[in-house]
Design a protein around this ligand. Structure first.
Ligand SMILES: C[S@@+](CC[C@H](N)C(=O)[O-])C[C@H]1O[C@@H](n2cnc3c(N)ncnc32)[C@H](O)[C@@H]1O
Length: 305
C-alpha cells in the first residue's frame, strides 16, 4: 500500500506536535498506519528512545518553519524520519539506508513525505549524488551502521558538501569504544579521535604560520602546514553522552576570534595587532580609550623596580 499524504495532512499532523518529541512519537506511527495498521496497538517505529538526543536536537535552535534540506543516514522503519517530516513541514526530508525493507516506509517524496535512498553510507558516489539531487544539505544526521569506517567516511565526504551555516550530528558514539565497531579507547581510527581532532582545526589560527598574527607564544611549535578545509570550516563542536553536534561556518581566512595574549599584559600589543590585521575587537573608539587609560593606570600603580 502506498503512503499517500497531502500537504494538508502533513500540516494538520505537524500542528498537532508541539515539539520534537511529540513529532517523533507521531512520526513513528504515521508510515505504519498507512502500510500495516490492522487496528492493533500502535508502536512507534523508531529507536530514537534516548530522549536526551531529543533534548540535544531541541537545543540546536532549529526553526520549525524553515526550508531545510535534511538528511538522516540510517532509517530502519523511517519512524524518526517521519518525525522530522512532521517537525519540519516546510523542509525537504531525505534518508539513506542499506536495508531495502526501509523503502516500504518511504513515499519517495521529500516535499510532503520522505525520500529514502537505498545504499551504503560508505558509497561516496552515492553520498555526492544525494547531495546533488537534494540541491544542498543543511542538516545531516548519521545514525547508520556506526562502525568507525562508516562514520569517518561519511563525515569526510559529506562535511565539505554541507551548506555553510549547516549542522552535522553523529549519534551513538558509544560505539567508538567498542572493538566490534572498529573502536576502542584512543584507537587512532576511532571517530571520537576524529571529533577530538576538530578541536585543533578550530584553533588552527593560533599555531599555523600562514596566520597574519604570528603567535609569539607558539614560537617553536608553529606549524608551517597550510590550513586545510576543516581548519576553515569547523566553527564549533559539542559532545554529549553518545552524540556530537558539529557546526559549520566557512572562514575565508584564519582569523582568531579571541586575543592572542593575556589581556592585562598584552592589551596594547593585541590592540595594535588587531588593528593591523583588521581583527575586530568590537570596541568603539571611546571604549578603546577607556581601556587604554585603565590599563595605563593599572601599570602605573605597580611599584617601579
Ligand atoms: C539505529 S538504526 C536507525 C534508526 C533510526 N534512525 C531511528 O532513529 O529510528 C540503523 C540503521 O542503519 C542502517 N545501516 C546499517 N549499516 C548501514 C550502511 N552501511 N549504510 C546505510 N545504512 C546502514 C540499518 O539498516 C538500520 O536501518
Amino acid at each position: 500500500m502506498a503512503i499517500n499524504y497531502t500537504k494538508e495532512d502533513l500540516l494538520r499532523v505537524s500542528n498537532m506536535a508541539s515539539d520534537l518529541k511529540e513529532s517523533i512519537i507521531l512520526g513513528g506511527v504515521l508510515p505504519y498506519m498507512d502500510i500495516t495498521y490492522d487496528g492493533g496497538p500502535l508502536i512507534p517505529l523508531t529507536d530514537k528512545r534516548p530522549w536526551h538526543y531529543v533534548d540535544v536536537y531541541e537545543s540546536l535552535g532549529i526553526d520549525r518553519n524553515a526550508e531545510y534540506r535534511f538528511l538522516e543516514i540510517g532509517n530502519r522503519w523511517c519512524g524518526a524520519l517521519w518525525g522530522w517530516r512532521i517537525y519540519l513541514p516546510n523542509s525537504k526530508i531525505y534518508g539513506l539506508d542499506i536495508d531495502p525493507e526501509t523503502q516500504k516506509f518511504s513515499n519517495n517524496n521529500p516535499d510532503i513525505g520522505v525520500k529514502v535512498y537505498e545504499g551504503d553510507q560508505t558509497n561516496t558516489q552515492l553520498l555526492k549524488q544525494i547531495h546533488k539531487e537534494a540541491g544542498g544539505l543543511d542538516v545531516i544526521v548519521d545514525d547508520g551502521g556506526h562502525t568507525m569506517t562508516q562514520i569517518n567516511t561519511t563525515f569526510q565526504t559529506l562535511w565539505p558538501l554541507l551548506n555553510d551555516g549547516g549542522v552535522y550530528i553523529i549519534e551513538d558514539l558509544q560505539c567508538c569504544y567498542w572493538p566490534n565497531h572498529e573502536g576502542g579507547l584512543k584507537e587512532p581510527n576511532s571517530s571520537i579521535e576524529l571529533i577530538k581532532s576538530l578541536f585543533d582545526n578550530i584553533h588552527a589560527c593560533y599555531y599555523k604560520s600562514e596566520n597574519k598574527i604570528k603567535s609569539a607564544r607558539a614560537k617553536h611549535k608553529i606549524s608551517h602546514e597550510p590550513s586545510n578545509y576543516f581548519d576553515k570550516s569547523v566553527s564549533s563542536v559539542h559532545v554529549y553522552d553518545s552524540i556530537a553536534v558539529i557546526y559549520k561556518n566557512i572562514k575565508p581566512t584564519l582569523v582568531p576570534t579571541s586575543l592572542e595574549g593575556n589581556f592585562t599584559q598584552e592589551v596594547h600589543l593585541s590592540q595594535e595587532i588587531c588593528e593591523q590585521s583588521n581583527m575586530n575587537l568590537f570596541l568603539k573608539p571611546e571604549e578603546k580609550n577607556h581601556y587604554k587609560k585603565l590599563f595605563n593606570n593599572a601599570v602605573n600603580s605597580f611599584p617601579k623596580k
